[in-house]
Design a protein around this ligand. Sequence first.
Ligand code: PCA
Length: 214
Amino acid sequence: MKILVTGFEPFNNEKINPSEEIVHRLKAPMGVTLIKEILPVEFEKTKVCLRELLQLHQPDVVLSLGQAGGREEITVERVAININNVKSSNGSKMLPDNAGAVPVDEQIEKEGETAYFTTLPLWKMVEVMQKKGISAAISNSAGTYVCNHVMYETLYLAAEKYPHVKAGFIHVPFLPEQIAHREDKERVAAMPLEDMVTALQEVLELLMTEYRFI
Ligand code: PCA
């Protein structure tokens, strides 16, 4: 079986994105062809990239990873919504993507569903990480930025064109070095890279056992 695992380049003035570091370190479980890709933090480009990647590799499973700075746990996303929006919830800030795009409340796919649920086994994924002693939880919102966009697009493509493809998204916290220089570092969560890699390697092994016969 084939698993496509994606991470992201850095964004929002960071020099590093933990999701990219994790992807580089993951190993293919036995019997799995693991394809690794680092995506740009750009709404438009990721849409094109995902179409090309699914067409080219024909994966059975797509697992995408991204940074959710401030979260304490590794979080498995339940749902992706049909909205691109860079405005913060109280409207006070905008975070342009790495190409400078600033969509506000734009639909991702005119013909798409309002939302898609992950087709990966949420609770089992959380449990295998917790069993390794790593903080993990379900998240009920992937936000409205590029991560939600990537999760939505993948599930949209799966629903429309690749019905056998299982797909989902995992957000990871900051790395310790990302918060070391911050004044509020006492209050911002971080997790060592080693733990994140251990957790995600467990998730890959789980996905292999869940889907090896499809
Ligand atoms: N996190 C952002 C986009 C890229 C990333 O790593 C997000 O949560 O949308």
